[in-house]
Structures are given as C-alpha cells and as structure tokens.
Write a protein that binds this ligand. Sequence first.
Ligand code: AHR
Length: 864
Amino acid sequence: MKRIALLFSLVLLILAQNLLANQPDSAYVFSYATTKNGGHNGLHYAWSVDRKNWNGIGPEFRFLFCDFGAWGSQKRMLTPFLFQDQQGTWHAIWSLNEQVGQFAHAATNDLFTWEPQSYPEVMHDGNVMLPEVSYQSDEQNYLITWLSNIDGVQKVFKTSTADFKSYSPTVEGTENDRINAREEVLIDGNKQLGVISKVSWPVIDGFIKFYELSKFREIQRSERLTNDAERFADLKDLKAEITVDPKNTKAISDLLIGVFFEDINYAADGGLYAELIQNRGFEYNPADTKFRDLNWNSKNAWSFTGSESGFSIDTLAPVHPKQKHFAVLNITNEGEALENEGFDGILLKAGDKYNFSVFAKGLTGAKGKLLVRLVDENGKVYAQASTKSINADWKKLELVLTANESIRNARLQIVPQFTGKVALDMISLFPQQTFKGRKNGLRPDLAQAIADLHPRFVRFPGGCVTHGDGLDNIYRWKNTIGPLESRKPDRNIWNYHQSMGLGYFEYFQFCEDIGAEPLPVIAAGVPCQNSSTGGHGQQCGIPMCDMDQYVQDILDLIEWANGDKNTKWGKLRAEAGHPEPFNLKYVGIGNEDLITDIFEERFTMIFNAIKEKYPEITVIGTVGPFSEGTDYRVGWEIATKLQVPMVDEHYYQPPGWYLSNQDFYDRYDRTKSKVYLGEYATHIPGRRLNMETALCDALHLINVERNADVVSMTSYAPLLAKHGHTQWNPDLIYFNNSEVFLTTDYYVQKLFGQNSGDEYLASLIKLSDGNENLKKRVASSVVFDRESGDYILKLANLLPVQINSTINLADLPVIEGDAELITLQGEVTDEKAKPVTSKFLVSSDFEIEVPAYSLTVIRLKSVR
Ligand code: AHR
C-alpha cells in the first residue's frame, strides 16, 4: 500500500517536473456551479492559459460542497462568486436557496483546502437570490450585494463586512451598487456562467494535483473483496511465519470495544425498552415526522370499538403538564373498548406476567371499574383482570395480567364497565421479565445480545438524536428522568417519537448491569448540521444568553450521576432508586458537528466549565462526520488548542478504504488528544453485512489494536434496528418483537470485545508471497489480558486461499497444552457465518491453518 502511494507521488512529481519545464507564470481559473441536480453539485473549476480555451476539471469535479441545512432539499450552492483579498486569501460566497435571508461564505488559501463555512443572516423574511461582491480596498471592507424579490419586485440590497464574521445592517442599494463580474465561457462544449480570476500557475497546478489525488483515492476506495476470486484466480495456498516480539510491547487501552446505542430504527420504544404499548401517553404528534404526517397523532396505534365521537383527545388538566394529551372515552354502550395494537402487535408468552397501569379519571360523575384484556384479532382472550373503581380525580390503577397462551400479535383492550365519560392516560403494559428484572427495564434478549459483546462502555443516546433536528429538538437529559408521566417526550430526528421511557436513569442502570462505563453524549449547544426544521441547519446555536443555563444543565448531569444524595441532583438519582453514585467518568460533547465559529464558541464554553468544576471527567470532543475534510481538520485544531483529552471520530467507509488506510492511526501524533472512534462501519452497495464487511471491520480493529495507545475507545454504528422500521443500514443487531438476528459484523465485535487486552505485543508476518495486494489482506495482532493472564492472537485472512501459518511465540511464558481457537469463516458474501470454538494443542512454536476469508482468535494460557 505504501509502495502504491509512493509510486503515485512519483508519477505526480514527474508530471509536475514535465510541466515545470515550460509552465506559464500565470493563467486563469474559472469558478462556477451548475444548476444540475438541484444545485447540489458544488463548486467547479476550469483553467485556461489564454482566457479563451478552457480545460474543465473532472469534468465538474467538486472542489467545495455547501453544507447548509438538510440533505435532499438543502445543501445547494447557487451562483458562487470567488475572489481574492489583498492578503492572498480566496473567498467564495454563494446563495443557499430561495427561502432564507442568508448566504454562505468560505475561505481558502489554495482553492482546495477550505476553512469552515459560515451562513450569515443578512436579511429577514427576504429571498436571497444572487450574491455579488466587490472589494473596496480603501476601507478594507467587502461589499456584498444581492438581488431579492420583494412583493414581486426585484431589488438590490447590500451589506458590508471586514472579516466575514460581523456585518453592517442590510440596506437597499441601487443598480449602480451591483458589480456582477460573472462571465460566460465554454467548457466541454457547454456554456457556463462564473467568475474568471488570474492566478499564478502553481495555484492551478495545486488544484489539478488535488483532483488527481482524489481520483486515485476513489480507485483505492472502490477495491472490493468480491473481486478477489478473479483477481487472485491463480493463487495457491500461502505460507506465513508469524513471529511475536515479546520485548516490543506497549500499554494499550482496556476500553477499546464499546457500543453506541442510538434511538434510531426503533431501537428504544418498540425495541430495547420493554414497554409493549405504543403511544401510551397519547403524545404522538404530526411534528414528530419530517413531513408533519397528520395521521401520526395522539390516536396513533389506538382505536375505539364504539362510535367515532366516543374517542377524543383532550389537554385540559392533564396528569402532568409535560405530557398534556390524554384520551377521553364517551361510553354509550357498555362493552365499548379502547384498543392498542402495540408495536407491530403485542408479544405474549404463556405463563408470563405483565404489569398493567393506567391513569384514569371519571368525568361528569362516571364511576366503575375498567376491564383490561389481552385479545387476538378475533377477540379470543389471553389474559384479563379488572381495576379498582375510577375516581373523579386522576388515579393510577394497576394490575397484573398472566398470559394463558403465547401469541405474537395480541392487542390490549380497556373496557369500561359503565357508561359515561372517562379520561385515560399513560396506559402501560410492561413484562415482568426484563433484563436483570429491572422495573421499567429492558427487553432481556436484546439487552443480553449487547451484554454478550462485553462492551467496556455504552455511548448514548445518539448520534443525531443527541444534537437533534433544530434547536428545539436538542436532547435534554433532564426531560428523561423522574416518574414516567413527568418526562417530556420529543420528536425523534429519525422521524418518529421518543417517549423517554428509556431515559438517563435507565441508560446508566443498564451500563452498571453489564459492567460498562456510561458515556452520555450532550449536544455542543448546536443542533445537527443536517437539521430540516427551522431551515437554518446547524448555524444557529443556542443563543448565547441561554448558554449559561445550558452549561449548568451539563454540570447538573455530572452531579446527578456522581453527587452524593445530599446534593440537589444526586438526591434525585437516589430517590429514583440508586443511592450510590454512578461513577461517571466520560462525557461526550457534540456529535460530528459542523465545525463553525458558532460551534467553537459554545464547545469551548462547555469544555472549560466542565474542566473547571469536574477536572476528573474526561471530556470527549468531536471532529465532524468524516475522516478528512474541513470539519475533521479544524475539529482537530480546536481539540489540540484546547487540549481536549479525547475526540470522537466518525466515518463510514467502503472495503477499499480499510484496505488502503491501515496506517491511518500509525500516522497520529501520540502527544495530542486520544481518539474515540465513536461511529464506523464497512459500507457496501445495498448496505448489507456479510463476511466482506465483517473482515474489513476486523482488519480495521487489528490496526486499531496496534494503535490502542492513541485510539482509546471504539464503537460500531448503529447498534440496533427493528425489521420494518429501519432508517439506517447496516446495523449490528436486527430484531423483531420475538427474535434477535445477529450479524457477521456483530460477531467480529464480540470476538474483539471478549478477547481484548491491556498490553500490545508487536508481531511480524512473513508471507510466502511478497505481493503488496496479498500482504494488505493479512493482518495479526497480539495482546496480553492481565485479568485472565491470557495471550490473545488475532489473525485476519481476507484472501480466497488458506494460509498455512507457523506461529513463533519466542519467549512468551505460554503454558503448553490446550489453547482456545475461535474461527469466524465464510465466503465473502456469506451473511450467516458464526464463530466456531474448538481446542488445540500449542507449544512455543505451533502451526495453524488459517482458512480463506476468516478471522481467527487464539487464546493462550500463560504463567504470567
Ligand atoms: O449512526 C447513525 C447516524 O450516523 C448517527 O446518528 C450520526 O451521528 C451519524 O451520521
């Protein structure tokens, strides 16, 4: 791999030297965007030495992408205008859409490495149509003018700025203010409108090389294991000598494998959270969904067997002001019932007990009991019992139902035993069988599948759920604790509803139950950069006047988790059933945010406040959604400047990326922030998981283990997905109401989670064939696990042939005899492969056949 990169640089060098022989001193660059693809294609360049004949790059290669607003309708770059200031910095400004009174700005020194974008608001309720700029050198100010349609009349507006951070008030201008220096040129036979700038030749040379490098990396990324049978058609079994170097060791993180739980794909309500009633609080709302689906409302999942007018929703005098909707039944004939369909039906297991509860209030004098039944679609009863009589005030009624038979799709019925009006809210049916028997707990099979990964930490509650769709949707932990009826449900950014039944207490409790560190992630005072509500994307942060309270909420979280029961917030935790502190050590601030001034200001404020009050807490910062680009680069600059202890990296990559970037972390500076690789996965077309994706994950984790002195934590993403409700693929664990489906990539996580260590030992693989393409498909790692006293060897073979390996353990104090051998093996497209465990005999040198397309783990007992 290194050789290919070297070769490529050599080619570039030769190319550059050829050009150096007769280059012009200067030439012209033409910058433009097209209206293709709704204006989403970003900024393109062409160059010319004579200003007449233009050479397009790409064609239409994107040198800058607009990151404003939601995916799909937003992220448009309209009429960009590129210019250079007197200091030599280039600026691009562009229009965003036809709705907002904002435009975009980004700066660069080389025309391909861009500084963070900003989206200044220059006009309220206006239509920014066409930014144009002129640079007034005498005042050192940039004048920005644009056209806007006001009541159908096109007018000129203008503002000015010295630094693209603060702007003079917008005023109306005249036609004379417009300096629209755009020109039309012909590129590849097509007319394009853009801006021509004269530049020195190295500038053009630079962005051409950038383009060539990008193309080369695309080729690397497109490499697939699925082509290997053909690529290596003549390949015979290989031999390998693997030598462990016991003298070359380093301490590594023992927190390396964790999990990232996000409420996506119905992971919480209808998933891990064991509640069986959907929309129990009648709080579903059209605003939960992106397109404000009117059918998604308080009555969702509910039906009434009586007349239509017999079931209504009210908000007057609710059980709790945080959940103001409740149902009102007007029973005209005894026997009429309110029904809930559950989440895709209600699963009942014969003999199991279910706790039912409801808040009920008799209206206009109605009194009597509620008959509660679990029935199938034909009305067959699987369990039933009656509550005590309702009151004229809200009263919580509880009973236990025992299922007399198993059924997958039961329904809950509430049958008032009287006529008249009754108000009902917070209708809950909770299995008594939860993970570790916790009240308000988790589905045991799913929770166990997570526990089996032996995760050292759990990151929650997101992901994008954390920073939310717009400011109002930022996840607030305080809304998720306390009695269920007092929690504040919210829209889920993935277009459904969060009841918050699975709240911070439950997350922390789960972590404790599985021996994992809790890692709550809190928004950095900015919502998701892809926000669709508010039309502003991330560039609107929490107003600075509200930031003190926001920071205080984060400090309160630490007190809630760690304070003793005499503290204000620690007391609430104790009252909720956990008198002992949760011993929180890590807090994530931000989730792959767009790194802007707005982000930096708020992140810095939060970071400094935590550092000052709770220096023992490790704050984990964020460096954007990708493994390169502006957010990644500037995110790291901020982290380095502030000396943030750890940063959260995210990247979803195709197989070729993992094959070609095995030294990604070898290149990291050991003195800077540590890395938490918070989200990653191998993506292939169709986004399925199979041995190809699993082996690429394994290869990456082997490379990460070697670098676990800089990468402290990792978590695959996302964790859970419910069949029929999946917004994102791939996911580690799929499920329906009764089954759990574990993926090939799940098994890789499990093998690493159950076989991690705290010391890394260097090892060397000598393959019988030195071909780079073969070598990069074979990897090993050796760790020592102090707790078990085991040496653990992992071998990934991504080749279509067996590798007959000799392992030389040198002087490792291994006990000769039985060792444990675990193999995950299958064809590259195999989606069903599972690890197989066996025993085999080892001595200080031993041989092992490493099958094609496999991950092998060997656990060796030692006397250490
Ligand atoms: O894991 C799914 C999503 O991917 C997360 O919510 C987000 O952080 C990332 O973009």
